[in-house]
Design a protein around this ligand. Structure first.
Ligand code: BGC
Length: 828
């Protein structure tokens, strides 16, 4: 029987595509951060020399599951031309193109040789996430410079990273290579106006910029998705002023980061990662330990100047309102500013970070002389510290200083909030005990700060808070008569079928979404349970662009949903490939949005909601039920291979931006986000076995913190556990995480699923996963089903566990749009 499908038989550009491109372009515009500008930008000419690997092959996003297969990606070269620039280095660029094609083809061939048909799965998985190192291009010559006939030059330095491997603290990755440095030096010397563009998903060492005179401007574009080239051209020309702010601290030197030499592969131990810095992550470390960053968290220049002033501070219960007036004090350019409010807690019994982000707001576009007053609000109850000794989250008595500015290092104190006595905000059961003890970093004593006696002083009354008491209990089966009746009709084996997913290259389901990375089972379609599709993110929806359908209904590919599929041997590729001459072609074009870090750099939750809305519309268009995003892991170290998929080093910025995105995606019932990777997936090397050893306090205050609003406020429909262990226990096997935190403390009511293959041999256990509260094993295998049934016999999981997990999955599917469209409607 032919599957149901929503892919289109027409490849024409749709209105949805056009509308989503406009959102992607706006997000790209707001996601760039201007790091340096000696009046070089905006450019005063339309004729430019353009060099560097990212000029014609601008990296739009990272590799692996975070890839998005858009119709077309606009490079910086193309974007400049489209916006009316004359790019006068055609020869260098076309030489680069030939080199690029040659290098990538050779790399693909080398990977194909590593995959054996005899041992297809295992050998393919070893190379699936390998990516071709980005070629640098030939040396730029005097002849190139002369022929370019302009005094203005742009060099695009690019980096690529992706899942399955961390970045390297080496030349060519975190450090620039000698040849890159030579090329940049050449451009800075030969051109009067020189702009360096950094096209990398996370920071690189910018020490070279101190050594090379003549770099007039540095623009950190991160990785901007489909419309990046146009957005970059608009910023270079001055059609838009940059308004992005860093979501991370950029260190002067890698060694300035805490325990930098012990991260991931660097200390030779990939089995255990010790989070010795505790809560002192990112600016929390730099600011508390007095380390000068190269660029602070929250930093970003504009083409104009702003003043950021406090008009009033008031307290209402536990809520603080700060009225802030931002004015464009420049004469020429319009722009947008982000007002940022930081809070310093008093030094008490628990060591605290010097300050943490409390609230922020971005202005509308302000023309010269215009101003805007905004209310920056936060609730002091969100600023508690976790006291491990008694499991209480507390606010210590003392003075809380509010600081206002436009980066973490550019603030002034604007008010003091006084809390007369300690408040216990909540009492918790302990979770994830440390099994291999280690010492956590202790901060120095903070120097006494002399605050102006004129600062407004406000009192926060302890009675404004009440203590939350959690009750910890096994989760109950969903109380929904439809679900109960359905579960009653199933055998234990049937339930095992439902809690184990299906297929990576879809086509076996009754509902089929080409390019989905998994499905739930379609075995029970005739009994009234749809199969639903799960598709990757986070930079958009990862689908198969073009597929064909054979006469029997089987889906074949014309483009692979993941670049790594190109490494399959000829025979295997041929088997998967369709024949567009003989079979009808199906089209699905999705938008590649800027990567999460670039989105976070917009500091614009409203924009995030629009991006979420755009993704929702594509989910609805193609029938995706679970979007496997957003990914809210914390940027613990700049070398993490997946940082581009994550937002920031700061859990509050991450939580707010991700929650706004979730509201956009889940605006209609029946479509779910899947917040991932829960939790502490901060390292990619050996990600399926490494144990993230972390104190309960750092876990709660930093690493779980961003998940909390995504679940409690934005009501994420699903959560994906991570591959790694926390303190020796696989996250999917941890009742502390999957039940105590998610369901008991946060009231999560959706589906918890594993990461892909997390229960493969030698990894987490699928029966223990169900027992812990991880409902769905993805994509799952026959082995998982066997292991669940065996677990029930052996007592590692009960029939009630299985029934409860199955109930969560069934309820979520019953409420899905796919179920409604294909099953509920057909029954009416
Ligand atoms: C990644 C997940 C992704 C899944 C499905 C895994 O390798 O860690 O983030 O959603 O694959 O593609």
């Amino acid at each position: 029987m032919k599957p149901f499908m929503k892919a289109s038989y027409s490849g024409d550009v749709t209105t949805l595509e056009k509308e989503n491109l406009a959102v992607a372009c706006q997000a790209a515009l707001e996601g760039m951060v201007l790091l340096k500008n000696d009046h070089t930008l905006p450019l005063s000419t339309r004729k430019v020399a353009l060099y560097g690997p990212g000029a014609s092959r601008t990296v739009k996003g990272g590799t692996g599951s975070g890839e998005v297969n858009e119709r077309h990606c606009v490079s910086i070269w193309e974007g400049l031309r489209d916006r009316g620039f004359e790019v006068s280095t055609e020869q260098w660029l076309s030489d680069y193109e030939s080199l690029y094609l040659h290098t990538t083809a050779a790399f693909t061939q080398s990977r194909r040789k590593k995959v054996s048909l005899l041992n297809l799965n295992a050998s393919f998985m070893k190379v699936l996430f390998d990516t071709c190192p980005i070629p640098l291009g030939r040396a730029i010559t005097e002849g190139d410079a002369e022929a370019s006939d302009t005094d203005t030059c742009i060099y695009v330095l690019s980096r690529q990273a992706g899942e399955g491997g961390d970045r390297k603290m080496e030349k060519g990755d975190y450090l620039i290579s000698d040849n890159e440095e030579a090329a940049i030096r050449f451009c800075a010397r030969h051109y009067a106006h020189f702009v360096l563009i950094i096209n990398s998903g996370s920071p690189i060492d910018l020490g070279f910029a101190d050594r090379i005179p003549g770099i007039g401007a540095i623009l950190y574009i991160c990785q901007l998705g489909t419309e990046g080239g146009h957005a970059v051209a608009d910023v270079l020309s001055g059609a838009a002023s940059p308004s992005g702010k860093l979501a991370d601290t950029w260190a002067k030197s890698y060694s300035d980061l805490p325990f930098s030499d012990q991260y991931s592969y660097l200390n030779g131990d990939l089995e255990n990662e010790f989070y010795k810095e505790g809560i002192f992550v990112g600016y929390r470390y730099f600011d508390t330990f007095g380390v000068e960053p190269r660029f602070p968290f929250g930093f970003g220049l504009s083409y104009t100047d702003f003043s950021v002033d406090c008009a009033d501070v008031s307290v209402l219960g536990s809520q603080t309102h700060t009225l802030v007036t931002v004015a464009n004090t420049g004469n020429t350019w319009s722009g947008r500013e982000v007002a940022q409010l930081y809070l310093s807690a008093p030094e008490g019994a628990l060591p605290r970070e010097f300050q943490s982000l409390a609230a922020f707001k971005k202005t509308v576009t302000l023309h010269p002389g215009e101003s805007q007053t905004m209310d920056l609000t936060f609730d002091l109850k969100d600023f508690g510290s976790y006291r491990e000794s008694d499991g209480c989250c507390i606010l210590e008595a003392g003075d809380y200083v509010l600081r206002l500015g436009n980066s973490s290092r550019h603030t002034v104190p604007v008010a003091v909030l006084t809390l007369e006595r300690e408040v216990i905000l909540s009492r918790h059961a302990h979770i994830c005990p440390v099994t291999v003890p280690f010492e956590e970093l202790q901060p120095p004593v903070r120097p006494q700060e002399s605050l102006s006696p004129d600062l407004p002083r406000l009192v926060v009354k302890p009675k404004a808070f009440h203590t939350v008491e959690y009750s910890y209990h096994p989760t109950e089966e969903p109380s929904d008569p439809r679900v109960t009746a359905f579960l009653d009709s199933l055998s234990v084996r049937d339930m095992a079928d439902i809690v184990v997913g299906d297929g990576i290259l879809s086509g076996d389901g009754r509902f089929c979404l080409p390019g989905s990375v998994g499905n739930t089972t379609s075995k029970f379609w005739d009994k009234g349970l749809a199969n639903v599709a799960l598709c990757d993110g986070p930079a958009g929806l990862r689908l198969q662009r073009r597929s064909t359908q054979t006469r029997s209904g089987k889906i074949k590919v014309l483009d692979f949903p993941l670049a790594g599929f190109e490494y399959l041997p000829d025979l295997a590729r041929k088997y998967l490939m369709g024949n567009p001459e003989k079979e009808p072609v199906l089209y699905q074009y999705a938008t590649a949005f800027p990567v999460a870090t670039a989105l976070a750099q917009s500091w614009n939750p409203e924009l995030m909601e629009q991006v979420g809305n755009a993704i929702f519309r594509e989910m609805r268009e193609y029938g995706c039920t679970y979007w496997l995003a957003p990914a809210v892991n914390i940027h613990r170290n700049p070398l993490c291979g997946r940082n581009f998929e994550y937002y920031s080093e700061d859990p509050r910025l991450t939580g707010r931006m991700a929650s706004a995105l979730i509201r956009g995606v889940q605006q209609e019932s029946g479509y779910y986000v899947t917040v991932k990777h829960f939790a502490c997936n901060n390292q990619e090397d050996n990600r399926t076995a490494v144990s993230s050893n972390v104190s309960e306090r750092a876990l709660r205050e930093i690493y779980l913190k961003a998940f909390e609003p995504a679940i409690c406020e934005a009501h994420a429909g699903a959560v994906m556990t991570s591959y790694n262990k926390i303190n020796g226990v696989y996250t999917s096997n941890s009742p502390d995480l999957c039940t105590s935190i998610l369901r008991n403390e946060w009231g999560f009511d959706g589906v918890v699923m594993t990461d892909w293959g997390a229960t493969d041999a030698g990894r987490a256990d699928s029966a223990l996963a169900l027992h812990a509260g991880n409902d769905l094993i993805m994509p799952g295998t026959k082995e998982d089903k066997k292991s669940i049934l065996h677990g029930i016999r052996a007592g590692t999981c009960t029939k009630e566990d299985l029934r409860r997990c199955c109930g969560h999955v069934v309820r979520s599917i019953f409420d899905s749009a796919t179920q409604h469209e294909y099953i509920d409607c057909s029954r009416k």
